[in-house]
Design a protein around this ligand. Structure first.
Ligand code: PRX
Length: 667
């Protein structure tokens, strides 16, 4: 948990700098200050208007919100629509078929230009192919792809037939993929031979083969995109090539109009227990708010902007701000496959210059990395096309914010710091460009139509200057509709801490102006490079290794990644005995390396601990709860805080003594 009294945060909260919009930007902005008043006057009518203006409904809705079965919301419940029709076909019908939907830039430098008319053909063909593979409305499809256009096409093809997609980030392991396929009972997996990453092909299909090798999933087919040309194992009768099946499919396909509350997708995210939660989003409300926020928070002008969100479609940012929001709004966007430093550290800025990117949306961890590389690199490119910058995923420190605006934004662009979550589906708290005088480090205020508040422990709202828990006290259109297959966990996780309101799991403070500062998670969830990881999930992975008797994981602050995973492990007696005979630092280093690889295998490389410390004891309360707060003090090289509630207060001395003995391992 972030300690709201820490000196770093106190400094954060005294920010004098203001960046009001320029008169030129304000004059052309989509957003207006009046929107706040309109939404405050009649919140439901405000959202109903957005739903009608931004989307095309095959059956218009008459009811805006049914909250009678809270916390299970129904938005626009009696309306019908199709997400793919809204994202693709209607733009072609409106005469924009020649507009570029996606400028694809592969990491090796190959490119593809996909217009809305191309996208309509590809999505229709893929929808027909899904039908041929036995997928129909209501089925679940797992998508495990690199950042290539087929990822968006596959998602839209599912939406077109009313199948629910579950995208699994390509960096997750076979184990993680297996549990997600099983939980969602997916009948089809869409994957690729591999993708290009850091200058070389990286395989994906083997993880699918491994995940399915247990034979306990309902998967009937695996649809494989050829991206890298790597050799792949092939299971006859199960595996089919995309270019064969989609290639041969008809271009004619009628989108299936589904109910507004039809499940559009499931996206797994980490929670406080070991088992990831399948966050469920439905169609009408989700599309309304992702399109609304994309239009107003990014000031999108579909005719002239070139938008680029650097996220991966495996995360919610990719769902809402690469696939659904931008395409529903008819945007032209860049999609990039690889890493920012391949072949060199100027790659991103080369892409901005090459495509004339006007709107850039990325994460603080990327901004801090680029800062570290030095401003000479971005300064070497023409970035004058940029007119708006966005940030998401974790708190952005004011210095990084100011650097981002000055070096990347040429001291002229608005910067929007957008707070939201997998669960919220779309941006909730953010400045409105052209309206808000931006304040570095603060996400500032809830968007029009959104109600957020900061409450203390007792559930009382805090005033200016006060800190506590962020809650969302009114339902919103793109809110999660549940956790797949686990209604109880949904109620327990989000709606029980303060009965009837949504508990976000983030600490927050109001400054003296009433602006909101997000302070990080208050639960056992870590945020590493903007990726959500659960301490419990990593602990479970560690103790599943035969060496480990017990493990405790904390998120320690890290200059680049925001937080980093630090693990404390107690080895099993027999391992210690074996090691004791030759006890050496190398042994511990070898054990730590082995355990780090084990975590990568169980969850994925993103979950690898930065360091693993072998200890003899863990600090526990008398009731046996591990005191992570104290371990975080150790991991961050701080004096250890209050130890009086420990069952054995000498434990911390032992741990610190052990550390100075050099049991850390990093690579
Ligand atoms: O702690 C908050 C942090 O990221 C969490 C949500 O993670 P995830 O569901 O993976 O979605 C990330 C992309 C939307 C939140 O609970 N977070 C996200 N954006 C911000 C943020 N923290 C501070 N400022 C932000 N702008």
């Amino acid at each position: 948990m972030t300690d709201p009294s820490s000196p770093a945060l106190e400094n954060l909260l005294h920010e004098e700098r203001r960046f009001p919009p320029s008169p030129e930007f304000a004059a052309q902005a989509n957003a207006t200050a009046v929107m706040y008043d309109e939404a405050a006057a009649d919140r439901l009518e405000f959202w109903a208007t957005q739903a009608r203006e931004l989307l095309t409904w095959s059956t218009p809705f008459t009811e805006t919100l049914d909250w009678s079965n809270a916390p299970f919301a129904r938005w626009f419940g009696d309306g019908r629509l199709n997400a793919a029709y809204n994202a693709v076909d209607r733009h072609v019908e409106a005469g924009h078929g020649d507009r570029v939907a996606i400028h694809f830039e592969g990491e090796p430098g190959d490119t593809r230009t996909i217009t809305y008319a191309d996208l309509q053909r590809e999505v229709s063909k893929t929808a027909n192919a899904l039908g041929e593979l036995g997928v129909s409305t209501g089925d679940r499809v797992a998508i495990y792809l690199p950042m290539i256009p087929e990822a968006a096409i596959a998602m839209l093809a599912c939406a077109r037939i009313g199948a629910t997609h579950s995208v699994v980030f390509g960096g997750f392991s076979a184990e993680a993929l297996h549990s997600r396929i099983t939980d969602a009972e997916a009948t089809l997996v869409i994957t690729a031979d591999g993708g290009h990453r850091r200058g070389k092909p990286s395989a994906l299909k083997p993880a699918v083969d491994e995940a399915l090798s247990k034979g306990d999933t309902p998967v009937k087919h695996v649809l494989v995109v050829r991206r890298t040309g790597q050799d792949v194992e092939w299971t006859e009768g199960r595996d089919v090539w995309w270019h064969d099946v989609v290639g041969a499919a008809s271009e004619e396909h009628e989108p299936v109009a589904v109910e507004a509350e039809h499940p559009l997708f499931i996206l797994y995210t980490s929670g406080t227990t070991g088992k990831p939660k399948g966050i469920l989003h439905t169609t009408g409300g989700y599309l309304t708010q992702s399109a609304f926020t994309h239009k107003y928070v990014f000031d999108l002008k579909p005719e002239s902007d070139v938008y680029w969100c650097t996220a991966d479609v495996g995360w919610v940012t990719g769902h809402s701000y690469i696939v659904y929001g931008p395409l529903v709004n008819g945007a032209t966007q860049v999609m990039y496959e690889g890493t920012p430093d391949t072949p060199d550290k100027g790659r991103w800025w080369d892409i901005v210059q090459k495509y004339g990117v006007t709107i850039l949306y990325t994460a603080p961890t990327a901004i801090r990395t680029v800062m570290k590389w030095g401003e000479a690199i971005p300064n070497g490119y023409d970035l004058s096309s940029l007119r708006l910058l966005g940030s998401v995923g974790e708190p952005i420190n004011p210095e990084a914010w100011v650097w981002y605006r000055r070096v990347i934004g040429g001291d002229r662009t608005p910067v929007v710091d957008t707070w939201w979550q997998t669960e919220t589906g779309a941006i909730m708290i953010s400045p409105l460009p052209g309206v808000t005088a931006a304040k570095p480090g603060s996400a500032q205020t809830p968007l029009p139509g959104i109600s957020a508040s900061v409450w203390d422990d007792t559930g009382a709202p805090v005033g200016p200057g006060g800190g506590g828990y962020l809650v969302l006290d009114e339902p919103w259109p793109s809110m999660l509709r549940g956790i797949w297959g686990d209604d109880e966990r949904f109620k327990e996780t989000y709606w029980s801490r303060f009965p009837g309101v949504y508990f976000a799991g983030d600490g927050a403070k109001y400054d003296e102006d009433g602006d909101i500062w997000l302070l990080g998670r208050v639960d056992d969830v870590m945020n590493v490079s903007g990726h959500r990881l659960s301490t419990t999930e990593i602990e479970s992975a560690l103790v599943s290794h035969p060496y480990v008797a017990e493990a405790a994981v904390v998120g320690a602050s890290d200059d680049t990644t925001g937080q980093a995973v630090v693990a404390f492990v107690i080895l099993r007696g027999d391992v210690i005995e074996a090691a004791d005979a030759t006890a050496s630092e190398e042994d511990n280093a070898a054990i730590a390396a082995e355990l780090r690889n084990h975590v990568a295998k169980e969850i994925g490389p993103i979950a690898k601990p930065r360091s693993i410390l072998v200890v003899n004891e863990l600090p526990k309360t008398r009731s046996g709860k591990i005191m992570r707060r104290l371990l975080r003090d150790v991991a961050e090289n701080r004096p250890v805080g209050d130890v009086t509630t420990l069952a054995d207060s000498s434990v911390m001395n032992l741990i610190q003594a052990g550390m100075s003995g050099g049991s850390t391992s990093e690579d």
